[in-house]
Ligand binder design. Structure first.
Ligand code: DLL
Length: 433
């Protein structure tokens, strides 16, 4: 029934029609979810045993939340609702323990996600005439590959550059006359500072737009990126549990991100008591994916804090807009676009020989990039001035951290008792950014 509408018509659905579409899709997702033991128990606990038990979209509020811990606890296949043979891809994000949270995609799931990406790129004014340089990491992280397929489907000339190697990025930009880039905001600023030192000239580039996301950034950072490059920068929000990028995207008006409500149910709840909040109030974003049959996730607590921006957007799209992400309710750190949990660092350093009892994770700005410094005490038996041993220990910590969190921090050793100790809970993270 819905397939008789074009994607642009769906984007303009009035509120009532959009809710009707959500209900149809939600019921379908509930029947998929009921194929997993995890959701049979969760939904069963509130009397939902069949999709026909859902009669209104508001019934969603009866259902208990799903959390990252649930995803981790059901690793590896507990949330898989499709036949394993129909799965064509997986993505994963890192977590506080060794277990990643895994999302599966069937071909039709990927098609649905790709369509949202096409829609998002079009909303920012991209077309098949653009040359798209994708500087997000390709891999289990959804940032690179996620936008790649949509850009191709739109007919853009795609350069799958992935992240890093700034000099090569400039060479590609110049030689292939890139018009649209996709990167984290921090990398965009880093790029700018490297143009001259690496012997390039902004005048030789043809960039018009940047899609920026995957990490928090302020309006000032966006403005800075726009002014430095003389381009438009569009905020893009997503998370691997809901597919990845293209959950919410700014349109050409750059006044908040349209959260694609035909494909996701959007709720904002009070971050303390988890009750639903009206539009305009800051709270935790809770999302339900309506378009993924393989891994149905209902009422996922994103931990991201934002609000729905009340009112209509001049572009005419009816999907409500969320404001930029103000922060998270948990302690995940985002360092140059990479998600890091303090416990991942602790896990590595605390298993090393000669490490003392106290450590701190310090994050500060070095120029425009984030710098991670691990300050740790070492036991007195490792002679503080035996530089050979200390260098070996430092290198080992750096190497293991690079393997686990993909960042190589600066390590500072201290004699026992030199680091501050608190009366109550230890303050391990000092974020000076
Ligand atoms: O970061 C997906 C993505 C890739 C989005 C590329 C946009 C562009 P995860 O690695 O699972 O997925 O991290 C998701 O990153 O819960 C937010 O805390 C944060 N985040 C993502 N986009 C934004 C943004 C991808 N635009 C987590 N502003 C989310 C602020 C963002 N934070």
């Amino acid at each position: 029934m819905i397939s008789c509408y074009s994607d642009s018509e769906i984007q303009m659905f009035d509120h009532e029609t959009l809710r009707a579409l959500q209900l149809i899709r939600f019921k379908k997702i509930v029947s998929q979810a009921l194929k997993t033991e995890f959701y049979r128990t969760k939904l069963g606990s509130v009397g939902i045993k069949h999709s026909s038990d859902i009669t209104s979209i508001n019934d969603i509020q009866k259902i208990p939340f799903t959390t990252k811990e649930d995803l981790r606890d059901t690793y590896p296949y507990g949330l898989l609702a499709a036949d394993k043979d129909d799965v064509v891809r997986m993505h994963a994000s890192s977590g506080t323990t060794g277990k990643p949270t895994v999302i599966y995609q069937t071909q039709s799931d990927l098609d649905n996600w790709t369509n949202l990406t096409v829609r998002s790129l079009i909303a920012t004014g991209c077309s098949h005439k653009d040359v798209f340089q994708n500087m997000m990491t390709y891999g289990l992280f959804t940032g690179g590959i996620g936008l790649h397929y949509g850009a191709e489907k739109l007919g853009m000339f795609v350069i799958p550059a992935s992240s890093g190697n700034t000099k090569r990025q400039f060479m590609l930009m110049k030689d292939f006359q890139t018009t649209v880039v996709h990167a984290t905001p921090s990398y965009m600023l880093h790029l700018f500072s490297e143009i001259e030192p690496l012997g390039f000239d902004l005048k030789d580039f043809k960039i018009k737009k940047a899609m920026i996301g995957a990490e928090p950034h302020s309006e000032e950072i966006r403005r800075k990126i726009e002014e430095c490059f003389g381009i438009d920068a569009y905020n893009s929000y997503g998370l691997s549990e809901m597919n990845g990028p293209s959950v919410a995207f700014e349109c050409e008006h750059k006044n908040g991100m349209h959260l694609w409500e035909d494909s996701y149910i959007l709720e904002i709840v009070d971050k303390n008591n988890l009750t639903p909040l009206e539009d305009g109030n800051l709270g935790e974003l809770v999302l339900t994916n309506l378009i993924r049959e393989s891994t149905p996730i209902i009422r996922y607590r994103t931990r991201d804090l934002t609000k729905v921006i009340p009112g209509d957007c001049p572009c005419g799209r009816t999907a409500r807009r969320i404001d930029r992400i103000f922060g998270r309710t948990d302690d995940m750190l985002i360092i140059n676009g990479v998600n890091v949990f303090p416990s991942q660092i602790e896990e590595v350093i605390m298993k090393m020989p000669s490490i003392g009892n106290n450590y701190r994770i310090v994050i500060r700005k070095k120029g425009i990039l984030d710098q991670l410094i691990i300050e740790t005490e070492v036991n007195s038996e490792i002679i503080i001035d035996d530089t050979r041993k200390l260098y070996a220990l430092r290198d080992r910590i750096k190497e293991e951290l690079r393997a686990s969190i993909t960042i190589s921090p600066q390590i500072e050793f201290h004699e026992p008792g030199r680091l501050p100790v608190q009366q109550g809970k230890a303050i391990r993270v000092v974020d000076e950014r």
